[in-house]
Design a protein around this ligand. Structure first.
Ligand code: ATP
Length: 234
């Protein structure tokens, strides 16, 4: 579904991503893990068309999207939930969700999808007329995911969904991510929290200073000495 080949990204003199190749097959949850500054967000932002690569290729649904504008990428239902939530403050929960469906070509099914989002995140239904800024961190994460689901993603890119959340919220969010996958959405997840990210991953990749250093199934990576030592304190 997504194929990244020899991708490099540079910010001025800083090479943030170095010759990275990986793929995401339909139906998978793929986790990309790595420490601060490893280049995870840069990779997601490049796939979404928000940052331009210096070399390499990105294919989505067998089409080259390396130079496609982000607006067109969203229309092809490749949707990113950015780091730090980025919900629209000053707008209500309902208005934030409405913005998610804005990019859809046909308007049919929107009402049903909204009902489904409210079923999945009952707290959003309770808070639908409240300003998004009044939500807790975990609730804002849910709103950002709900908003992305309103765009009917084929491939969902999640940028550190566990960041800043209490363990109980992390558990809940990751259960919901698995649920979204089971209902047919493919997921590429980036995380510093290697444990939760690899536990739910079909496959995973480990990124260190811009390079992929390991790849395997989520289960095998969790067991591997390298991951245990570097990311799980084992
Ligand atoms: P984190 O988990 O801390 O968000 P990350 O793995 O997502 O880290 P990136 O945000 O992709 O890492 O950053 C990779 C490298 O590129 C870092 O050294 C960072 O300082 C640098 N970088 C990121 N964005 C920019 C930018 N706009 N201009 C210059 N350097 C940048």
């Amino acid at each position: 579904m997504l194929k990244v080949t020899n991708l490099s990204v540079q910010y001025g003199m800083i090479q943030a991503v170095k010759d990275v190749s990986f793929e995401v097959n339909e139906g998978e949850i793929v986790s990309l893990i790595g420490a601060n500054g490893a280049g995870k967000s840069t990779i997601l932002r490049t796939i979404s068309g928000l940052v331009r690569s210096t070399s390499g290729a990105i294919e989505y649904l067998d089409k080259d999207i390396t130079k496609t504008p982000s607006r067109k990428i969203v229309e092809q239902r490749l949707i990113q939930v950015p780091e730090g939530r980025h919900v629209f403050k000053g707008l209500t929960v309902q208005e934030n969700l409405d913005l998610g469906s804005f990019t859809r070509k046909g308007k049919e099914g929107i009402k049903e999808d909204l009902e489904q989002v409210f079923e999945r995140f009952p707290i959003l239904a309770e808070r639908k007329n409240q300003d998004a800024s009044t939500l807790s961190g975990g609730e804002q994460q849910m709103l950002a995911m709900g908003r992305a689901l309103m765009s009917k993603p084929k491939l969902l890119l999640l940028d550190e969904p566990s960041m800043g959340l209490a363990p109980i919220f992390i558990k809940e969010i990751f259960r919901i991510i698995q649920d979204i996958q089971k209902q047919g959405t493919t997921i590429l997840l980036i995380e510093q929290n290697a444990k939760v990210a690899l536990e739910i991953a079909t496959r995973g990749y480990v990124l260190e200073t811009g390079k992929i250093v390991l790849s395997d199934t989520g289960k095998n990576l969790l067991k591997s000495d390298e991951v245990q030592k570097a990311y799980l304190g084992g």
